[in-house]
Design a protein around this ligand. Structure first.
Ligand code: ATP
Length: 326
């Protein structure tokens, strides 16, 4: 960057996550504090390509810290996956004279940002996804609110499941990663959890049904099984459990309610730190990076390194869930 950065763009992309608004607020107010201008880009890369932009001021982000969703809206944008789309997006960043573009989103959104950096645009990523599925960071904004929503729903289902002595199958979000399923199972006291990481054999109906029969023999009066979206089939599983065991079984798919709601204190704290650090990093001419939370610290990491990081799956949480459920 030649000279101090003067203007930055800001967008949210991919699935929305509670705490994105708190991160927007942190980015905008920190940037203004440094004397930078902020251009808000609506609906992620889609709004960048169509030039749907707004000027952001301190008051543009008033009264949003506690709100779920994202005031900048979000979208999936297939055009960004094409060479022509990427060239056009980079060209628009240049026309807008953006010294840097801050992208709040998940893995896909960061890949879009990486492609822009390869076309000469300075980018900065902030991890915002309920799924916690970015290997580079121990935390992603939205995760804590999502697991508290899932746990709360499991608590409620447990009440009715216990009264009717049923088997309840609860499907939570997580297409490729089982973190929401694992955390909500541990904290909601589920006896079995099916996650993509454990593979088809482990997730088989036969094994789950065997487990339910075993747990009833141990004196359990009702059952609670959590299924990650990526494993799916919770309706069919409930039907099969009822058919084989005779235990009344019901499936509940929590769906999009896990994306909404007022962000928890933890999500707001990470949003504040990550938003602040993103702008500080741009100020220090440390661009083409993402903000990560590792070993209890917020720091920046090269975006290519971040996207190439690998966090091997650790089965410890699953083992604890199983032990505590007996
Ligand atoms: P979440 O997982 O929480 O939904 P995400 O950021 O991973 O968040 P995606 O839908 O995967 O969500 O990606 C968001 C957008 O990022 C896509 O719609 C697309 O515009 C852009 N994107 C994704 N992958 C790429 C890529 N390889 N190259 C360019 N752009 C990409």
């Amino acid at each position: 960057m030649s000279g101090k950065p003067k203007k930055m763009g800001l967008l949210t992309s991919g699935g929305d996550a509670p705490g994105m608004n708190a991160a927007i607020r942190a980015v905008v107010r920190t940037a203004l504090n440094y004397g930078m201008k902020v251009t808000g880009i609506m609906r992620g890369y889609d709004g960048l390509l169509s030039g749907d932009i707004i000027d952001m001021h301190a008051r543009s982000v008033s009264d949003i810290i506690h709100k779920g969703g994202t005031i900048l809206r979000t979208a999936r944008c297939p055009e960004m996956m094409t060479e022509a789309g990427l060239e056009k997006a980079a060209g628009i960043c240049r026309v807008l004279s953006l010294d840097a573009l801050v992208v709040i989103g998940g893995d896909g959104s960061f890949h879009g940002a990486l492609e822009l950096s390869r076309r000469g645009i300075n980018v900065m990523g902030i991890p915002g996804t309920i799924d916690l599925d970015l290997s580079c960071t121990d935390y992603t904004i939205g995760f804590d609110t999502a697991i508290n929503t899932a746990m709360d729903a499991i608590n409620k289902i447990r009440d009715t499941s216990g009264s009717h002595e049923r088997c309840s199958v609860v499907e939570v979000m997580g297409r490729h990663a089982g973190y929401i399923a694992l955390w909500s199972s541990l904290t909601g006291g589920a006896e079995e959890v099916l996650i993509p990481e454990n593979g088809a054999a482990h997730n088989s109906k036969e094994r789950v049904i065997g487990q339910i029969i075993e747990n009833r023999a141990l004196g359990k009066k009702h059952n609670l099984i959590v299924v990650a979206e990526g494993v799916g089939g919770s309706e069919a599983l409930a039907k099969e459990i009822e058919k084989v065991t005779g235990i009344e079984s019901r499936a509940t798919i929590l769906g999009h309610l896990q994306r909404g709601g007022s962000p928890t204190a933890l999500d707001r704290m990470h949003a504040a730190y990550m938003g602040y650090k993103a702008v500080e990093s741009i100020q220090n001419d440390e661009v083409n990076r993402v903000i990560v939370f590792r070993n209890g610290r917020h720091e920046s990491m090269d975006i290519t390194e971040a996207l190439n990081s690998d966090r091997p799956y650790d089965n410890t949480m699953y083992d604890i869930i199983k032990m505590l459920a007996r």
